[in-house]
Design a protein around this ligand. Structure first.
Ligand code: SAM
Ligand code: SF4
Length: 477
């Protein structure tokens, strides 16, 4: 191993970026890099960027400006790499706009980071002659996942009892507002066995909850050992069977790909958490068609009803876009109506942001900012009321909570409910990584708190030797 250097990675945007950041960190750990949580302290800074909305993309430039200023003030020599979807979409443009940058690397080339960094370093020091800064935004033929280093046991332990695992990347849906098909490329699923190897390794390091992630995760069709495509329901079942894994989630799904087997998995697999993030974007059929969403509001209602029938205690979250080109007051009223009818436990909502190169950016009927602002305000107020009502209805309920980390005050731990709510309890640090049965006592806007009734740690049973309390029990209404 070469001399130890410090690495700071900052991720913007989605969970895919969080996962990618960990894999870059694991890969660079082999090269002698250790993580630091301060950019000022780092020999190498990686900004792992998001291009989904203009605001997200612009953040990287303000961060680069800040870095450059701090470097100048401290007289510091620091390598700076821009990774992620802005790197893919803007490539060499980034070097032109931000002089602090030494390397631009797209999401499909992270496995090449060690060699790219060595080359960028050589160019910077002039050893490679006077050459332009390095930009790598190809979609290489090899699979990056085969070359990215797995995390060490120590790294897994540090990251806590929950983990993301990317199972599918890219998207073939081409919604007219979205950059993902251009920045992440065509849809590719990882083979089942490779995902299971990763999950087994994570479980061995103490991980109890796996979230399977992908831009279009329920379109998963990775090959199994016999060379046949396996669907997401099959993958969820295999992951839930890994000893030590108590909970499974998946995100993000497309309504079009919610097949019968996946819906049945919600009925048959207690380890599959009763919480489904299912973006709908709009409640208006006219807008859904203009978005090329490939589903209408009726299909969305039908899926919600079928999933609720399969798993009555399920809760939904979703993504919404307001102010899509041509969205009328009636279209927006349809979105509000859909929200009223479904009832969401949580949601993300965004003002439409025109993205370069996407069909919607060139559509007629772009709406003024004040219309978008008024609509997002109304929608978020409704979604906030629904979230508050959902949380309030949890008062007095009993859940299994996965205890994840210390709380703000001594003696407190924070865990997550099946619905991803933060729950504060009083428990010793040694209970982190175990499931506790909790009765919810208090409800606030940020979190719930409750009393522990029992659980793995409290029953004195070691992790992994038991099927977990609550798994076979239906949540009480
Ligand atoms: N694949 C997922 C789907 O089909 O819904 C989501 C992918 S995207 C990373 C996350 C969310 O960002 C989308 O669901 C959408 O609500 C939002 N989004 C994407 N493009 C947008 C744009 N141009 N303007 C505003 N919001 C956008
Ligand atoms: Fe983007 Fe649509 Fe693909 Fe989701 S399904 S990633 S919104 S193109």
């Amino acid at each position: 191993m070469s001399e130890q250097r410090k690495l700071y990675v900052r991720s913007f945007g989605c969970q895919m970026n969080v996962y990618d950041a960990q894999r870059m960190t694991d890969t660079l750990a082999r090269e002698g890099y250790v993580e630091t949580d301060s950019p000022d302290d780092a020999d190498l800074v990686i900004l792992n960027t998001c291009h989904i909305r203009e605001k997200a993309a612009e953040k990287v430039y303000s961060e680069l400006g800040r870095l450059r200023k701090a470097q100048e003030e401290a007289g510091r020599q620091q390598m700076v790499a821009v990774a992620g979807c802005v790197a893919q979409a803007e490539g060499a443009e980034i070097i032109k706009r931000a002089r602090a940058v030494d390397l631009v690397v797209g999401p499909q080339s992270y496995h090449k980071l060690p060699e790219l960094l060595a080359e960028a370093e050589a160019r910077r020091s002039g050893k490679a002659g006077a050459r332009a800064k390095l930009v790598e935004t190809e979609f290489p033929v090899e699979d990056k996942f085969d070359f990215l280093a797995p995390p060490t046991r120590e790294a897994i332990g540090k990251r806590g009892p929950t983990a993301f695992v990317t199972v599918q990347e890219g998207c073939d849906k081409f919604c007219t507002f979205c950059v993902v098909p251009y920045t992440r490329g065509a849809e590719v699923s990882r083979p089942l066995a490779k995902i299971l190897d990763e999950v087994i390794r994570l479980a061995d390091g103490g991980v109890r909850e796996i979230t399977l992630i992908g831009q279009n995760v329920n379109a998963y069709h990775g090959l199994d050992a016999a060379g046949r495509p396996a669907n997401l329901a099959e993958l969820v079942r295999r992951v839930a069977d890994v000893p030590g894994i108590a909970r499974v989630r998946y995100t993000t799904s497309h309504p079009r790909d919610m097949d019968e087997e996946l819906i049945a998995a919600h009925r048959d697999m207690p380890a599959l958490m009763p919480y489904l993030h299912l973006p709908v974007q709009s409640g208006s059929n006219r807008i859904l068609a203009a978005m090329n969403r490939k589903h209408d509001r009726e299909l969305f209602f039908e899926i919600v009803a079928r999933v609720r029938e399969a798993r009555p205690d399920i809760a939904f979250s979703s993504d919404f876009i307001v102010g899509f080109p041509g969205e009328s007051d009636e279209d927006f009223a349809d979105t509000m109506d859909l929200v009223e009818r479904v009832g969401f436990a949580s949601a993300f909502s965004f003002k439409y942001s025109p993205r370069p190169g996407t069909p919607a950016a060139g559509m007629e009927g772009q709406l003024p900012e004040d219309v978008k602002s008024a609509r997002i305000y109304a929608l978020q107020a409704l979604l906030d009321r629904q979230k508050a009502a959902f949380d309030e209805a949890c008062r007095g309920r009993r859940f299994d909570i996965l205890l994840e980390k210390p709380g703000r005050f001594p003696g407190q731990l924070i865990g997550r409910s099946p619905y991803l709510q933060s729950v504060v309890v009083e428990a010793p640090r040694e209970a982190i990584g175990t499931l506790a049965r909790v009765e919810v006592r208090e409800v606030s806007t940020k979190s719930l708190s409750g009393d522990i009734l029992g659980g793995e740690f409290f029953a004195g049973r070691p992790i992994g030797e038991t099927r977990f309390i609550g798994q076979s029990e239906k949540l009480e209404a």
